[in-house]
Design a protein. Structure first.
Ligand code: RB5
Length: 154
């Protein structure tokens, strides 16, 4: 039986990395929902970031992976969605901590920043690392669903 479904998406700049990560996830027994893009033609990263982030925000899927050239644009898009905690990770320590302390539900990778071997190691560590909870849960609760009408800006 398949493990959980991981929803993934990228733009053209990280299309090759997405395909590598998709194969890796399938080999590891995960089901994959691929939100695109489906080739190397130039596209707009928000279109795919929105698909993945809305699927996490709505509760349809628990975990997702987004990729673009730097990972920055996808992070910005994804973190606009309520309940999404997207973490751009380019090293193993950040990947592990993004789960232990931040309970990240979207991993973001930069296809023009890191290579496929490191990307796969980061995905592996990120998927198997549990959230520590406790004081970290209290901290997440402070910003997970902010009531902006109560933020005066002063
Ligand atoms: C595409 O050229 C590039 O801007 C995009 O992949 C990403 O790096 C944006 O943040």
């Amino acid at each position: 039986m398949k493990k959980e479904t991981i929803v993934i998406g990228s733009d053209h700049a990280a299309y090759q990395m997405k395909e590598t990560i998709k194969s890796y996830l399938e080999i590891e027994g995960f089901a994959v929902e691929d939100a695109g893009t489906l080739g190397t033609d130039s596209v707009d990263y928000p279109d795919f970031g929105i698909k993945v982030a809305s699927a996490i925000s709505s509760g349809k899927y628990n975990r997702g992976i987004l990729m673009c050239g730097t990972g920055l644009g996808m992070s910005m898009v994804a973190n606009r969605f309520p309940g999404v905690r997207a973490a751009l990770c380019g090293d193993m320590f950040s990947a592990v901590m993004s789960r232990q302390h931040n309970d990240a539900n979207i991993l973001v990778l930069g296809g023009r920043v890191i290579g496929d071997v490191l990307a796969k190691e980061i995905v592996k560590a990120w998927l198997k690392t549990e959230f520590d909870g406790g004081r970290h849960k209290n901290r997440l609760d402070k910003f997970d669903r902010i009531d902006f009408s109560r933020c005066s800006g002063k």
